[in-house]
Design a protein around this ligand. Structure first.
Ligand code: AHR
Length: 496
């Protein structure tokens, strides 16, 4: 099978925002307790943070951490997580029917972000609470001192303000599973008023308003319209969430879900732009895809979990090779929409639907870790419009879908063109990259992730990205063999 990608460095989609490579950390299952924080682990430092997890987070190149939820935030009192640990209350976490000890809270989170070199993206509770708790939290975090909440932060050990820039106005408020679920009208009004008071405390904050929880919601689209009618001028981003699963065990259709992802993003962009037009606004609203991943392996198992435990084993999906291929393709979708998607959080980061897993004092990296790590490390610079030729296949849900998925990124600073390419077919693919417009110097590296059974997980840590030897670079054309069902990357040095 022959395929070809045309690379034209002048055909730019957008500069890629570093925050495209972000993640969600929620108080859920073993994500925070056991995952980030475990004072009893031999792997933990003086703060009780798992140092092996910190290293893996750095390796993934994560930028922003959305925290503390997720559904959890809609029942959370942030004040429970500050002050001396021995005075913090133990509470029922109604979202996940667990016990929350509050031993990890705001200050611990901020310290952890420092140690991982990440930035906070703080969600406020607009479920069980309202604008007062939100404005107090902004005052606590960002006001220099001399007021009740800012002085309390100083008393609790943080002299300098945290200066948290990015804030989410609640979580999935359209879903009736959400504590304090609201209609679009109710949420739109509340989000508007909350944005107002948060900005009065700190005019510099960036705000993310909650969009639909998923595409199949009956209110999908109309939710966004109504909420944006109230908040268009107040917010900087609209959030979207999307999870996939291969419940039908139909690999070709599963790998085609990237088409759904494209359509989902483009549909929401259309809604934002319709509101913009109606409002005669000059402002273009960008998107925060603040939850995305594969999530389905653990569903049945989660029904057996006893309620009201501390750090229960919840949402512990073990990802296989086909999941890694889908995640690779979803990352290409994010790059294709990098003109409008500025923040994207893989949900989640550790132990809960996560690329990083801990097992007692050991750590293991899931299959999805690898494509994410490569795109996050090398998908920096400008995303170029993907123009390619490929045979396609018929799918149950999406009709014709190309066997090849691919995109090039131009990193001017390093003088590199980086191509990500996925072969979704069972055959070897002859792939060529046409670099006619570009002064090519040499091939830096060509790698592939392939050869595993599609249902194989990485529990035994055998998976690895390896060199692709079947590559030739002739002047302006790179020719390579892509193994069946493979994720690939090519880095070419170009004249700066
Ligand atoms: O990431 C797991 C859950 O998925 C989050 O808590 C919620 O926002 C979404 O439904």
């Amino acid at each position: 099978m022959k395929t070809k990608l045309y690379v034209d460095s002048s055909n730019v989609i957008s500069k890629i925002d570093d925050r495209l490579y972000s993640a969600l950390v929620e108080h859920l299952g073993r994500s925070v307790y056991d995952g980030l924080y475990n004072p009893n682990s031999t792997k933990s430092d003086e703060d009780g943070f798992r140092t092996d997890v910190i290293e893996a987070v750095k390796q993934l190149g994560i930028n922003l951490i959305r925290y503390p939820g997720g559904n959890f935030v809609s029942g959370y009192n942030w004040e429970d997580g500050v002050g001396p640990k021995e005075d913090r209350p133990t509470r029922l976490d109604l979202a996940w029917k667990s016990i929350e000890t509050n031993q990890f809270g705001l200050h611990e989170f901020m310290k952890w972000t420092e140690k991982t070199g990440t930035q906070p993206n703080m969600a406020v509770n607009l479920g069980s609470r309202s604008l007062d708790a939100a404005r107090n939290l902004v005052e606590y975090c960002n006001f220099p001192g001399g007021t009740y909440w800012s002085d309390l932060r100083i008393k609790n050990g943080a002299k300098k303000p945290f200066n948290i820039k990015t804030w989410c106005l609640g979580n999935e408020m359209d879903g009736d599973w959400q504590i304090g679920h609201k209609t679009a009208e109710e949420y739109g009004r509340l989000a508007h008023e909350t944005a107002k008071v948060m900005r009065l405390v700190d005019p510099e904050v960036d705000l993310v308003v909650s969009g639909s929880s998923f595409r199949e919601m009956p209110t999908f689209g109309t939710w966004e319209e109504t909420v944006l009618e109230h908040t268009y001028d107040d917010v900087d981003y609209l959030s979207l969430h999307r999870y996939y699963g291969n419940q039908e065990n139909n690999l070709p259709n599963y790998l085609a879900q990237s088409v759904d992802f494209d359509e989902f993003i483009e549909g929401i962009i259309a809604v934002c732009d319709a509101v913009k037009a109606r409002k005669h606004s000059k402002k273009t609203l960008n998107l925060a895809l603040d939850e995305w991943n594969v999530w389905y392996h653990s569903n049945e198992q989660d029904e057996q979990v006893k309620p009201w435990q501390e750090a229960p084993h919840l949402l512990e999906d073990h990802y296989n090779f086909e999941d890694a291929l889908l995640v690779g393709s979803l990352l290409i979708s994010l790059l294709k929409h990098s003109d409008r998607v500025k923040i994207a959080c893989l949900a989640q980061l550790v132990n809960v639907i996560a690329p990083i897993m801990t097992e007692n004092d050991e750590i293991w990296l899931q299959s999805i870790f690898y494509p994410f790590m490569q795109v996050s490390k090398y998908g920096r610079g400008e995303a170029l419009k993907p123009l390619f030729e490929s045979p396609s296949y018929d799918t149950k849900d999406f009709k014709e879908v190309p066997y090849l998925d691919s995109i090039a990124v131009y990193n001017k600073n390093d003088g590199e063109i980086v191509v990500f390419a996925e072969n979704k077919s069972n055959e070897t693919m002859d792939f060529s990259i046409d670099l006619k417009e570009i002064q090519v110097e040499n091939l830096i590296e060509a790698t592939q992730f392939s050869g595993y059974d599609i249902k194989q997980t990485n529990k035994d840590q055998k998976m690895q990205i390896v060199k692709n030897d079947k590559v030739k670079l002739n002047n302006h054309e790179l020719e390579a063999e892509l193994s069946p069902l493979s994720w690939n990357m090519f880095r070419v040095k170009v004249e700066q």
